[in-house]
Design a protein around this ligand. Structure first.
Ligand SMILES: [Zn+2]
Length: 365
C-alpha cells in the first residue's frame, strides 16, 4: 500500500511538471485527488486496514495529498502568470499609436477655412477681428446704418424676427422700431464697434447672417459675411482701392486687379461694386481654347463684394463717441464668404457647404 502511494505520488508529480495550461491541472486534480481517485479511495479505506498499517498508510497518504495539492497550486500560479503575460502581450494597445486603419484626420469646412484666410489677410494689414450678436436690434441692423424705418432697402433684407419680450433684462432697445431680429449682415458691428472705441478704428467682422431666402444653388437662409470698417483721419477711396487690391491678390493670386463700378448701399456714399480680374481666363474673357470663359461669362471680371465710403449720416449715430464727420472719414466693405469660397474653389452649388458630405470635406484639407 505504501509503495502504491509512492508510485501515485511520482506519477502525479510528473504530470504536474509536464502540464502546459491551467486546464491540464484541473484534469490532474480531478483524476488523482477527486472523489473517485485512487488515493482518495485508499484514504477512505484506512479504517478497514490492519491496525498496524493504518498509521503509516494514513500518514503517507495524507502527506502525499498535501504535497500534491501544494504542487498543483504552485504550478497553477506559474501557468496563470505566463498565460496573463501572453494575453497582455497579445492584447497590448498602445494608445499613442494611430488606429488601424489610421483614422483620417478631420478637416475644416471650406467656409471656415475661407473665413480664416480672409481674417489672416486683414490682420496682416493691421485690422482687428471682432464678432457680434447674431440676434440683433433693429437699431443696429438697420436704423443706425442709415436705413430709416420705411426705407426700401429694408425690404431687400427680409429676415427672421424674434420675440422682443425675450430680450435679456436690462437691454433697453434704442430709439426707433423695437424689433429684434436675426441680423441680415455683419454690418451692425460698425456702429457697435464705433460706440465702443473712438477713431481710428480698423476692424473686420466675420460671422453668420440670416435672410428669409430660399435654399438653392446660390441662396441660403443662413450664410456668412465678413464686414470691414476703417475710420480715421485722411482715409480716402484710394485707400479702399489699395486695401481691396491687397485682399484680392492674397486670395485670388498676385496677378489680380480690382475695379470699382458705381453701386448703392444706404450706409456708404459713394458706394461701389467691386470686381476682381478673372482668375480663370486672366481677364481676357477667353479660355486658352478660344472659348468664352463661363466663369466670368466673357467679361474678364467677377463681382466679389460691395463697399464704399462710410455715409456721414452713420457718424451721426456715433457722434458722441468721437466720430465727427468733419474730422474723420473712412470706408466699409462687406463680402459673402460663400461667394469667395465658391469662386476660389469652383464649387458649383452653395448647398455643398452645408451638407457635410465627407467626400466634399475631404477635397479641401
Ligand atoms: Zn474669365
Amino acid at each position: 500500500m505504501l509503495d502504491r502511494i509512492g508510485e501515485l505520488r511520482s506519477e502525479v508529480e510528473a504530470a504536474i511538471a509536464a502540464s502546459q495550461a491551467t486546464g491540464d491541472l484541473e484534469e490532474i486534480r480531478v483524476r488523482y485527488l477527486g472523489r473517485k481517485a485512487e488515493l482518495t479511495t485508499i484514504l477512505r479505506g484506512i479504517a478497514d486496514l490492519d491496525p498496524a498499517e493504518r498509521g503509516p498508510v494514513g500518514k503517507a497518504g495524507n502527506e502525499a495529498r498535501g504535497a500534491l495539492e501544494a504542487q498543483l497550486a504552485r504550478r497553477r500560479e506559474e501557468l496563470e502568470a505566463g498565460e496573463l503575460g501572453e494575453r497582455l502581450a497579445g492584447d497590448r494597445i498602445d494608445v499613442t499609436l494611430p488606429g488601424s486603419p489610421v483614422a483620417p484626420a478631420g478637416s475644416l469646412n471650406l467656409l471656415m477655412r475661407t473665413r480664416r484666410e480672409i481674417e489672416d489677410v486683414f490682420t496682416g494689414l493691421g485690422y482687428r477681428v471682432m464678432e457680434g450678436p447674431e440676434v440683433e436690434l433693429d437699431y443696429y441692423n438697420f436704423t443706425a446704418l442709415n436705413h430709416p424705418p420705411g426705407h426700401p432697402a429694408r425690404m431687400a433684407q427680409d429676415t427672421f424676427y424674434v420675440d422682443p419680450g425675450s430680450l435679456a433684462p436690462g437691454i433697453e432697445p434704442p430709439p426707433g422700431p423695437e424689433d429684434v431680429l436675426l441680423r441680415t449682415h455683419t454690418s451692425p458691428m460698425q456702429v457697435r464697434a464705433m460706440e465702443a472705441q473712438p477713431p481710428p478704428i480698423f476692424i473686420v467682422v466675420p460671422g453668420r447672417t440670416y435672410r428669409s431666402d430660399p435654399f438653392d444653388a446660390t441662396h441660403s437662409p443662413v450664410f456668412h459675411q465678413v464686414e470691414g470698417l476703417a475710420v480715421g483721419e485722411d482715409i480716402t477711396l484710394a485707400d479702399l482701392k489699395g486695401t481691396l487690391d491687397a485682399f484680392a491678390q492674397a486670395i485670388f493670386g498676385p496677378e489680380r486687379e480690382t475695379r470699382f463700378r458705381p453701386g448703392f448701399f444706404p450706409f456708404t456714399e459713394p458706394s461701389v461694386e467691386v470686381d476682381v480680374s478673372c482668375f480663370a481666363c486672366g481677364g481676357s474673357g477667353r479660355l486658352q481654347s478660344g472659348e468664352r470663359d463661363p466663369l466670368c461669362k466673357g467679361a474678364g471680371w467677377i463681382e466679389i463684394l460691395g463697399a464704399g465710403m462710410v455715409d456721414p449720416n452713420v457718424y451721426g449715430f456715433v457722434a458722441s463717441h468721437g466720430y465727427d464727420p468733419e474730422r474723420v472719414q473712412g470706408f466699409a466693405f462687406g463680402m459673402g464668404i460663400e461667394r469667395i469660397a465658391l469662386l476660389k474653389h469652383g464649387v458649383p452649388d452653395l448647398r455643398k457647404f452645408f451638407e457635410n458630405d465627407v467626400r466634399v470635406l475631404e477635397q479641401f484639407r
